[in-house]
Each structure stands twice: as structure tokens, then as C-alpha cells.
Design a protein. Sequence first.
Length: 257
Amino acid sequence: MPVISKPFNFPPAHELKRSDITTIAILGEGNFGLVEKAALKNLGGQAGAVEVAVKHLKLEGEAEAKVIFDKELKVASSLEYHPNVITFIGFVTLEDPRLLVFEFAQQGELLKYLKQSKMTGISPDKLVKFTLDVANGMSYLSSKAIIHRDLAARNILVSGDTCKISDFGFSRLGEIYVKMSKDRIPIFWTAPECLVASKAKYNTKTDVWSYGVLMWEIMSLGERPYSSGLKGRIKQYLEGGGRLTKPRGAKITYMQS
Ligand code: ADE
């Protein structure tokens, strides 16, 4: 089955027929429900089916899941094709369960990919290429006034040798002051100025902070950033000048400023 890896003649994201979608396997649990691998027929008049990833909205009265679903639908609909952003293919919103349909990334989540590569080995060039892919994708998002707010290796997908940004459930279009419910904040990836009790000010630059942590995840092959003991005091730690330590195995010596 062909995988979508470059732009071809498919129409902009649009309402799809559920009967054109056939589940192949369950991939995992997303922010608002199940994610499945599926086959999609009749895309842009193409013969045969293409592999896609389908996100299901939880049906059991989860109001928050619906809000996240709607935000992701809105943000994803505002995107055109970019090689470093997962392509949004379409949605099912006229019947339950509601679905969002994305390009399928064959190699799956970057975080898992990095952890596996500890066994199989991976070249430093490839790791650097991954950081560049994410930078290109984020540059595109910021050109569209999109703030991701949950940039982390768990939300990046790998397709072939290319990283693609995914999971726009917490993203915002041009909104700068936003309140995240406290248990939702990915504290170790969040810029310290956003670790405040009231309204936090997110912008492209706070995504750049998360990008730095993501680069660290890439170079450390999927380790968890910071020691878990810092959980309740990461803001104080950072404001006191504390930073991520050099990834294990890294040969580069940091320059002192
Ligand atoms: N897991 C979540 N979304 C995915 C996608 N689009 N492709 C592959 N695995 C995924």
C-alpha cells in the first residue's frame, strides 16, 4: 500500500466517508482517544488505498477531549503540505465517532525510535539531520502563527529518514496568553516563564525552549530530561542557572559564556 511521503494530487483536508476507512491495527492512545493505523480508499481519485493514521475522539462524555479534538482540527486545517509536518488528510465530523485522519509515518514515534537506536546504533549525522528536520517544520509552523506548546520527542513522527511534527492538540493559532490546566503542562519541556500559576505567555520563543529540550532528547537517544527529583522545583532550578547536563556519550565540549 503506498505511503504518503510527498505531495501528490490529493485535495485539501476534507470530510471523509467512514466507509472508506478500514482499521488495520491500534497504534496507541492519543491526547483525546485511540490512534489507529488504517487504509483509506478514494483519496483524490487515486486507485487503491493509502495507509493513514486515524485519531478517534473518545465518546465517553470527555468534554476536554472534545476541546482538544476541535483545536487540533482547526490548527491542522490551517496547514498546507510541508515535508517536516505530518500531513492532515481529512476528518469525519458528521457522524460519531469523530475522526481526524493523518499521513501515516512508517517508523512511528521519534522517542521510541531513539530508544531502539540505542541497541541498533545510529550515526551522529542522522541525529543532527533530525534536529534540522524539526527546526524546518517549526519554522513553517511559526510562519503560520502557530505555537505548538507540546514540542517533545513523543510528538514527533519518523517517516523514512525524516522527522515530522505531529500532535497539534495543544497548539494555538496566534493566541498568546493561554491557560493550560496544571496537570497538562509538560513541565520539563516548558519555558520557565510559562511555569506560572495564572495565565502563561506562550509564543514562538517558548516553543524554541522546548526545541532545545527536544534536541537534548535526540542527542541522548531518548533519555528523560532532568532528574525526576526536580519535578516540583524545575522553575527554581532553571532560574537559578541550572540546565540540562551534557547528554551521555556526547563528545562535544560546551563553550563557557
Ligand atoms: N502514531 C500517532 N500518529 C501516527 C502517525 N501519523 N503515523 C504513525 N504512527 C502514529
